[in-house]
Design a protein around this ligand. Sequence first.
Ligand code: GLU
Length: 307
Amino acid sequence: MSGAKPRFRFAPSPTGELHMGNFATAVLAWLQARSMNGTFILRIEDNDTQRSKQEYADQIMRDMEWLGLDWDEGPFYQSKRTDLYRDALSKLEKADLIYPCFCSRKDLQALASAPHGISSEGPDYPGFCRDLSKEEVAAAREEKDPSFRFRLPHRSYSFTDLICGKQEYPPGYGGDFVVKRADGMWAYQLACTVDDLDMGITHVLRGSDLLDSTPRQLALTDVLGGTAPSYAHSPLWMGEDGHRLSKRNGAKSIRELRESGMSADDVLGKIGVLSGLMDEYGSASLQELRDQFDLSRIGSKHVDYIP
Ligand code: GLU
């Protein structure tokens, strides 16, 4: 890829309207792309077909346009890319890197009281179904449809995050994770990794709630074959109650802010200050933020949102 344009993406899940904290990630990813003269791709992560809605995807695009965040390719909908995920799954299957799992939600909830390890996705899966015999699988299939888990290679994963610095994860971190759910939906880790590879993404900038998804995606990248992008995880925005910013603790959606009379530059100015790109409150244009853009100004600590 030497000499090729770097490739970036914004990959929202259309499960609700987005607020300023969500959009800070979009703005930072866009600024990173534009400051490196790269290609910016919009990918709608609508794998969860029960929670995703086209009207939310449309609203996200309207909000992006209002803020001036243009994209060069897309929107690509994950719900239309399932052939790619199926191919990846069969590649993993051929390499004996996935196995069917029949554990119920209840089995897994019981682990929460005595986890032997825990990650942002919950207690590590201890591998109950890892070594089932063919006969055991056949019998279990009579009862229910399985999910499919990735047999995580026993090795450590590390990477240098462009915002958070060096990250190291011990062997087995998070445990074997689900790549396809029992209800047939493709899991985030698989779809995201396959798409980042297929789209030739060179730089990922996303919220730090996904920091520890990265070792899982590196593990998948390794076995699917391809080059992992560089990663930057931007700080999460917190509400006044100390929890992650959400509708519940007072975040207004971008649409609501617009309807209340805020201008796009007011929103961008606030994102600029709270993200550390600007020193003083006030409105800012995308061009101004672009001039100030420097990943090293973005801290790795949570941001306290002040409405
Ligand atoms: N779809 C994910 C979200 O909205 C982001 C995925 C990613 O950037 O890797 O939280």
